[in-house]
Design a protein. Structure first.
Lengths: 327, 310
């Protein structure tokens, strides 16, 4: 029999998991790029990877303290944003899309080459970079929480840090978007020539936006690797499109949308895969192997993404008024 | 020679005596705001703009007319930094503008609108207006995080925006998305937004295109009002009635060149102007292209109608 209580418990773990926080933060960066400024960045996985590897390599190879490793990750994403932005931000929006998706793949393939093994761990990736972060933990060892939210001191600390970062970044983005700076980038999204004609340095604003969203992406990458190891295959293009799903689910031009979108995404994904796996075991789907059952959730993600774009393009939190004027 | 205004029997007050010496293409102006020399721009083999010398008079309304493909909009784009010329220099209030990017041109006080209106659809009408204001502290990314730095200025900008919106009868729409405005209202919004930057020269690319007749008069009044407030207006327009009605000076372009200029009454009867509207196809058998023929006939009829009115 399918144990629905277990499925619900497993799914509710995702409510506050660090992965959910990481996706929320990456989607918030994408909201700044795509939702507010109109920059089509298809390489958010690249920004996350740069942050993750910046953190991991500086810790393992150069023995940086945690704060310096985080700054290295952030710095690497700024460098990536400049590299991508300088040649493409003067061009039409679609060029940025092409360049970012390519750059993210190039980065992933370069770090997974065997020759880079001593530094990047090639295809096996990196691990063992968490001791510095764990040492910062002020929470005494023990078991905390209740029910599905039972966790040890490291997991509790990680969740507190991850969601604090998400909240701070949300506040930062919220303040920026209600300021005159936000008005300029939203104007650029609508028509950059019009904004240029009003005396604003459009190129400069687009660069600032690309860097800010990229930095959020790199922080998301660091949070993403703290509960697991760094594995290059985690940063493939599918990651970017999952983040886009999260963003569109919540609402592209909103601050809370990415957070709620990420929670809905992960809880649903966990519930669906839990249900399919158990139902397959119980023989509800004759002819389906357990491997096939594991892949079903990605079919569900695709269908959900299509349904959102067709029936609720403004997302859960998007302004309904906007819908009347979607081009 | 200084410019002075004399009232006409009806209609707006025209500024006269703008030029110095004999009227001819490229004639010197008593008080020019823009002086352009040898500005050329070609697209492949096509020479879109080839202006040897032109001066735009200050504190007057100048119309730039000419048949389709005469290079008016390209010349506009060059003057505002939206396009780069192959050669040439031009000054705005004595300051050389060649090679200056468009956003700097706008900051210097030369603001433009577009032929295809660029209302920022998913911004409110009020936000559209506020975007026009220059020198906003809160537009700096770091200052934006500290609202007490820009809150006072923001309130001032908003007050100024509301005054302008009221003038352009858009104040009731302030909170609506600009996308919900009609075509004519968007033209009004674009003009009002341009005024938020407190420009000295307003360049309007076909301000009347697609505006319904009910709004035409109000748009005309707004343009005339700009002159009263001491601004200079340069506009591209196909509507000859409007040109005759409000322009103090008319510059005619054809095939990239300035072929004639002068006060509207004088220019409209200039054979070079009628030539300009026909001339580009004088060596073709018009019968072969009925569409082109119709276009040419319409152009002449407009010119003649406009002349009959006076």
């Amino acid at each position: 029999m399918v144990d629905f209580w277990q499925i619900i418990q497993n799914a509710s773990v995702e409510l506050i998991s660090p992965t959910t926080a990481a996706y929320a933060l990456a989607a918030l960066g994408l909201a700044i790029h795509f939702g507010f400024t109109g920059l089509i960045n298809f390489g958010q996985a690249g920004f996350m990877a740069v942050g993750a590897y910046g953190f991991g390599i500086s810790t393992l190879t150069f023995h940086f303290p945690v704060w310096a490793a985080v700054l290295t990750g952030i710095g690497a994403s700024i460098v990536l944003a400049l590299l991508l932005g300088v040649p493409t931000l003067r061009l039409r929006a679609d060029y940025l899309a092409i360049v970012t998706i390519a750059a993210a793949e190039i980065f992933r393939l370069v770090v997974s080459t065997p020759n880079a093994g001593p530094i990047t761990g090639s295809a096996d990736g990196l691990s063992g970079y968490k001791t510095g972060f764990a040492a910062l933990n002020p929470i005494p060892p023990g078991t905390y929480g209740f029910g599905p939210f039972t966790m040890n001191e490291y997991d509790l600390f990680l969740r507190l840090v991850a969601w604090t970062v998400v909240i701070l970044c949300c506040l930062l983005a919220w303040q920026l978007m209600r300021s005159p700076w936000g008005r300029v980038v939203k104007g650029i999204r609508e028509d950059e020539d019009a904004v240029r004609a009003l005396g604003k340095n459009v190129y400069f604003y687009k660069m600032q936006s690309l860097i800010l969203g990229g930095v959020f992406g790199s922080l998301a990458g660091i949070i993403f690797i703290l509960p697991r190891a760094i594995v290059p295959s985690n940063f493939a293009t599918t990651l970017t499109f999952f983040v886009y799903t999260v963003l569109l689910l919540g609402g592209a031009a909103t601050i809370l949308g990415p957070v709620i979108g990420s929670i809905i995404f992960w809880v649903t994904l966990s519930a669906v895969s839990g249900f399919v796996a158990r139902a397959q075991e119980a023989g509800w789907f004759p002819g389906m192997s357990s491997v096939q059952a594991g892949q079903t959730r990605f079919i569900v993600v695709g269908v959900v993404l299509m349904l959102i774009v067709i029936f609720r393009p403004q997302g859960v939190f998007g302004n309904k008024k906007e819908l009347a004027f979607v081009k | 020679m200084s410019s002075s205004a004399i009232p006409k029997k009806s209609g707006p007050v025209k500024t006269v005596d703008l030029h110095v010496g004999e009227i001819a293409p490229g004639v010197a102006k008593a008080n020019p705001i823009i002086v352009a020399d040898n500005v050329t721009r070609s697209f492949g083999g096509l020479v879109a703009v080839d202006v040897a010398h032109v001066e735009i008079p200050r504190n007057a309304i100048t119309a730039l007319i000419g048949p389709n493909g005469a290079g008016k909009t390209t010349f506009f784009n060059l003057l505002t930094g939206f396009d780069k010329p192959d050669s040439g220099t031009w000054t705005f209030s004595g300051k050389s503008l060649a090679g200056i990017p468009s956003f700097r041109v706008a900051r210097l006080g030369q603001v433009r609108t577009f032929q295809l209106t660029k209302a920022l659809g998913l911004l409110s009408v009020l936000d559209n207006m506020k975007l026009g204001a220059k020198g906003q502290k809160g537009e700096n990314m770091f200052a934006a995080l500290l609202p007490w730095i820009w809150r006072k200025q923001e309130a001032e900008v908003e007050a100024r925006a509301m005054v302008l919106l009221e003038k352009f009868t858009l104040d009731t729409k302030a909170e609506d998305y600009a996308a919900s405005l009609s075509g004519g209202q968007r033209k009004l919004l674009e003009m009002a937004r341009a005024l938020m930057s407190e420009p000295t020269l307003v360049m309007l690319d076909e301000p009347m295109a697609g505006v319904n007749p009910a709004l035409t008069q109000s748009l005309l009044d707004h343009i005339l009002d700009l002159k009263t407030q001491g601004m200079t207006v340069l506009f591209v327009e196909h509507d000859m009635q409007m040109v005759r009605h409000i322009a103090d000076w008319v510059i005619v372009m054809a095939e990239g060149r300035i072929v004639a200029e002068g006060p509207p009454d004088v220019v409209m009867v200039n054979p070079a102007v009628i030539d300009a509207y026909l001339g580009s196809h004088h060596d073709q058998d018009l019968g072969e292209d009925p569409e082109q023929e119709e276009e040419n006939v319409t152009a002449i009829r407009e010119l003649l109608d406009a002349n009959d009115e006076s």
